[in-house]
Design a protein around this ligand. Sequence first.
Ligand SMILES: Cc1cc2nc3c(=O)[nH]c(=O)nc-3n(C[C@H](O)[C@H](O)[C@H](O)COP(=O)(O)OP(=O)(O)OC[C@H]3O[C@@H](n4cnc5c(N)ncnc54)[C@H](O)[C@@H]3O)c2cc1C
Length: 393
Amino acid sequence: MTAISTAGRPTAEPSPDILIIGGGVIGTATAYYLARAGISVLLIERDHLAAGASGVAAGMLAPQVEAPFDDPFFNLTLLGRAEHPPLAAALFEEAGLDVEYRPTGILRIALDEADRAELQRRLRWQSARGLRAEWLEPDRLGEREPLLAGAAGRLLAGGLWLPDEGQVRGTRLVQALAVASVKRGARLRQGEWAVSFETRGDRVVGVHTPRGLLKAATFVLAAGIWSRDLAGSLPLNLPVGPVKGQVLMLRALHGAPRHIIWTGECYLVPKADGQVILGATEEDGNYDARPTLAGVGSLAEAALEHLPWAGSFTVEGMWAGLRPAAPDRYPIIGQAPGFANLIIATAHFRNGILLGPLTGRWIADYIQTGAWAPELAAFSPARFLEPARDGSV
Ligand SMILES: Cc1cc2nc3c(=O)[nH]c(=O)nc-3n(C[C@H](O)[C@H](O)[C@H](O)COP(=O)(O)OP(=O)(O)OC[C@H]3O[C@@H](n4cnc5c(N)ncnc54)[C@H](O)[C@@H]3O)c2cc1C
């Protein structure tokens, strides 16, 4: 099979087995694991790699801090966290890039008595599950985090210390996955975008781009919030929308936090180069990926109220990104109902960096074995989408 150019002339490049749409963390992780398995893959990215939410993410690998209870999603996120240390080592070896994986831990601060009671409840069930978590009274917060010593800690109602939470640099992760994929034979094209799908019966046969029709055996739709528009061309009503997030990039002149500090209203994430990310807003349904004064202002206010020492940090920049989210806020990963050779992988909401590598590995496994990891059953597209036509599943 050969790809066809806009002029109708066959191009020299052969069609790949797998065509991935979207160069964020989900698309590049999928490309990496497919290339590792020796499968031919082409990834197309409309803009540049990590142009979407993946380029803005704070990079936390934080299942425990956000989990109110134990459920299949919590289990998924724990598995996702475990992927990162070996992947970071492999990418350093293969791509020569440090994704800045660091097990910095998270100190989740309690702001008042209600917060304290809720965090202590989480401590109990997470400890009972065998996870590491420790309660720190206000006068002990400084032992863990010097910036919270003395009066700074006594303003707070204690904290939950989660030593196994970590972080990477989202943009670095995408870059390293892309470099390692290419070294293993994957093709990546930036500045090339999918306009619509071409179908025949229950199969997708190609993706229309401004340069022509790209054919493949199997397609992976990993275009973040924009996946909805492309699915619409099938037509499938994929319920993915944006939850805008804004962050401030700061730098601490007199010592950054040692750990990630999370108050429930904002977080401070100290990066390897001394930068500190203050995040993040949650603005449902907002498609405008530009920072606003109200957005960054609300972050500054939240930080200054409870972490006043952060007031001396200098401001290096402000960013915003659009988190892809489903109505139930869980990822959508699996075969598109009605289309045998189309895989949907989106809606990772607040956890795409955490779950990207696991998602990519499991998609590559599915393509090789025909079987999905059982842990994905609750996150299938089928929970939202009906088959497009009778008998075509
Ligand atoms: C402020 C903020 C903080 C966050 N912090 C964290 C965190 O600490 N930890 C964590 O795990 N997650 C975090 N997230 C969430 C995480 O960033 C997302 O879940 C993840 O990046 C989604 O990845 P994706 O690949 O699905 O989408 P994206 O990164 O948005 O990538 C989609 C890509 O598809 C491309 N595209 C779109 N349409 C087309 C087309 N037609 N053809 C070709 N290409 C196309 C886009 O240009 C884009 O590059 C954060 C998000 C934000 C906004």
